[in-house]
Ligand binder design. Structure first.
Ligand code: PLP
Length: 365
């Protein structure tokens, strides 16, 4: 009854645009989180067919799964530094490039790699402000130690990750400066850093240069990047498709949904669609409220939303239909008063696939 539809032509167009924007830089397709909601197998095949040869994940099972697809001539990078032995073992066995973000991660990778007599390529992660993994730029001795003190691991990359590329030029520049300064110091001390990379989607499309030797791109493939610049040619890919399961006529003064949040102002025709937040529909977190000023911005935008009566919509027979009342766990009600439609007719919703439950089948068209 419900599936998430992915349009191949749009996805291919985004892939072309990303590869062209990246220019000389290699493109690592980040396919974490069930491929940003696009699923994995078919998505990865399609990326491979469009020329992508570098993949990045944050889950060791995903890394192994990609290796199991037997795509020739690919690199798989695990983006998360890990010191969990079983995980490291699995990754090394499958020739996955590891991320090393601490000396303990380097020790474990080195031990396992030497025991298995298997080479182990690694990228060193630098924490310039993201604060999850990585050596602080000031920990120069620690970083050099990864190059010098572990004979069974081979450093072939150095990277950092931006925390605010989607909204702050100054924070991003500061992170980049710290990273490039460190890179230069390593080079002048004679270390071969391998490829350097730092760009995510928001940086690639917002800042454009410098790009380093590789870019790591996830959301841009879906065409849903935060603060998309005006000149950005990415297309929004994918929509949630379901069907009308009930049509009703409700008299004026009827209430709809939990909390009776909506009351009809006249007689209307409604369509019930069996999707809701249990499927991940409309669970997208659009506001940031951690900092006081973000909380204020959120409150203001909610007031604006209330005043302008901004609603969510679904499409029936090519027409936008307003969603009435609160979306339920497995139900959504649309106003179809002006749209000729029947039970069984298709309804589509423009939603970000990241939030759509992995239980909803993905269908490529
Ligand atoms: C998720 C992720 C990316 C991709 O970010 P997008 O903004 O979706 O392009 C890049 N690098 C790292 C380390 C990530 O975790």
């Amino acid at each position: 009854m419900t599936s998430f539809i992915i349009e191949r032509d749009k996805l291919l167009s985004n892939t072309k645009e990303i590869i062209s924007r990246a220019g000389e830089a290699k493109v690592f397709a980040v396919v974490k989180g069930n491929g940003y909601g696009f699923g994995t197998d078919e998505y990865i095949k399609l990326l491979y067919e469009s020329g992508i040869r570098h993949f990045a994940v944050t889950d060791s099972d995903d890394a192994v799964k990609i290796r199991g697809m037997n795509l020739s001539d690919i690199d798989v990078l695990m983006l998360r530094s890990t010191s969990v032995a079983e995980e490291v073992e699995k990754l090394i066995e499958n020739d996955i490039i590891l991320t090393i973000g601490s000396l303990s991660a380097a020790e474990i990778a080195n031990d396992i790699s030497s025991k298995k007599e298997k080479s182990c390529r690694v990228h060193i992660k630098i924490n310039t402000g993201m604060g999850r993994y990585g050596f602080l730029p000031d920990d120069y001795d620690g970083i050099c130690s990864v190059f010098k003190d572990f004979s069974s691991i081979e450093v072939c990359g150095l990277f950092t990750h931006f925390s605010c590329a989607f909204k702050s030029e100054s924070v991003t520049k500061k992170q980049l400066d710290a990273f490039l300064k460190l890179q230069n110091r390593l080079i002048s001390d004679g270390f071969d850093t391998g490829i350097v990379h730092f760009s995510n989607s928001a940086y690639l499309f917002g800042f454009k240069s410098p790009l380093g030797d590789a870019v790591r791109i996830g959301s841009a493939f879906t065409g849903r990047i935060a603060n998309k610049p005006a000149d950005c040619k990415l297309l929004r890919v994918g929509y949630l498709k379901s069907r009308i399961c009930e049509i009703q006529t409700l008299p004026r003064g009827s209430t709809i949904g939990y909390g009776s949040a909506y009351t009809t102002k006249k007689e209307i025709k409604t369509a019930v669609v069996p999707v809701g937040y249990a499927d991940g529909f409309n669970t997208e977190k659009v506001h940031d409220t951690y900092r006081f000023r973000d909380g204020i911005m959120y409150a203001l935008s909610e007031i604006k939303r209330m005043l302008t009566k901004k609603a969510y919509y679904g499409k029936v027979a090519g027409k936008s239909c307003k969603i009435l009342g609160h979306i339920g766990m497995t139900h959504t009600v649309l106003d179809v008063s002006d749209v000729p439609c029947n039970v069984g007719d298709e309804v589509s919703f423009d939603v970000n696939p990241i939030y759509i439950s992995a239980n909803i089948p993905r269908e490529y068209i």
